[in-house]
Design a protein around this ligand. Structure first.
Ligand code: BDR
Ligand code: CA
Length: 313
């Protein structure tokens, strides 16, 4: 099979970093056309720097990394240094990047790439707030029908939220953008907290990364060591959830995940439930399905894949 062409839209973030590493380690499955950065976990100057640090760590300094939107469509930016640290990539001590940012705006890169490729051949992989993707859809509505699929990390239903009781961080930061994306008509696959909270970096899984004994394996172990302090305390779980790599793992082996094709709407009005993904899991409305909302993961299979692929870098 020819590799799937993708654009990774991201706000690194340690788990974003692992998602990028998994994609770059998997050229037989995934061709990374470019990485577009957005403000989210930390401000844009840091996410666009961190994406380049990760590319260089992986040995891929030629990947085009674009800076995109520095704030949500209609709200002030909310960041998550309390989870990811001051840099967004706290944990390992990695050098500043030497590769430059690509010229141009991330939103234009997304639009141009979709227009330059045959319809249905480019997959978008958002790992952060959906500001860049929604802005591209607003600026160039013709691209919606050209998108092969949008495979995103965001939302939660049975798990509730992680930034408010009802909202997951990526959707909460820019609910207006999420609303535009979920109404775009493009095929959508969602990796919500219901899935990612089962992708826990337990001690043996973290030890397996470290045992690779490569710069990548050690850096990934140090990254997960860093953010698991926060998550373990918050959830009392056996390890931290590795959210964003679920997106790139899905592209490599979709059979690791199961879900339902259902209607998902985004709450954009209520301050109490702002950014909630109102997922009609039980199909109790007649609203048309617009997303495949995942509910479960083969976590052992996921970590086996991840460790095997990271070993290549
Ligand atoms: C999501 O929010 C960010 O903190 C992570 O990188 C992930 O994309 C999880 O809610
Ligand atoms: Ca992220």
């Amino acid at each position: 099979m020819t590799p799937r062409k993708i654009i990774i839209d991201t706000d690194p973030g340690q788990d974003d970093a692992v998602a990028i590493l998994l994609a770059l380690a998997s050229p037989e499955d995934i061709e990374v056309l470019g990485i577009t950065c957005v403000a989210g976990n930390v401000p844009l100057d840091l996410t666009s720097k961190n994406a380049r640090i990760v590319c260089e760590l992986a040995g891929f300094p030629d990947v085009s990394v674009y800076a995109g939107c520095d704030r949500p469509l209609g709200r002030d930016l909310v960041t998550a240094e309390h989870v990811h640290g001051k840099t967004g990539l706290d944990g390992p001590d990695l050098p500043d990047p030497t590769m430059p940012l690509a010229d141009g705006h991330a939103v234009d890169f997304i639009i141009d790439t979709l227009r330059d490729h045959a319809p249905g051949t480019v997959t978008l992989c958002p790992l952060g707030p959906l500001t860049n993707i929604a802005t591209a859809l607003q600026k160039a509505p013709d691209i919606a029908s050209r998108i092969a699929r949008i495979v995103l990390m965001g939302g939660g239903y049975f798990e509730g939220g992680n930034i408010t009781p009802t909202a997951e961080f990526n959707i909460y930061v820019d609910p207006q953008a999420a609303d535009i994306v979920f109404k775009s008509g493009a095929p959508i696959v969602v990796m919500p907290l219901d899935v990612t909270h089962k992708a826990l970096v337990t001690k043996p899984r973290n030890d397996a990364f470290r045992a690779l004994n490569t710069p990548v394996g050690i850096a990934v172990a140090q990254m997960t060591d860093f953010f698991e302090r926060f998550d373990k305390e918050k959830y009392g779980s056996a390890g931290a959830p590795l959210h964003d790599p679920c997106v790139t793992a899905y592209l490599i082996n979709p059979d690791l995940f199961t879900g339902r094709h259902i209607n998902v709407e985004i709450e954009t009005q209520s301050e109490l439930t702002m950014g909630m993904t109102v997922a009609d899991w039980w199909r109790v409305t007649d609203r048309a399905p617009n997303a495949t909302f995942m509910g479960d993961i083969d976590a052992d299979g996921f970590f086996a894949l991840l460790t095997e692929r990271l070993a290549r870098l």
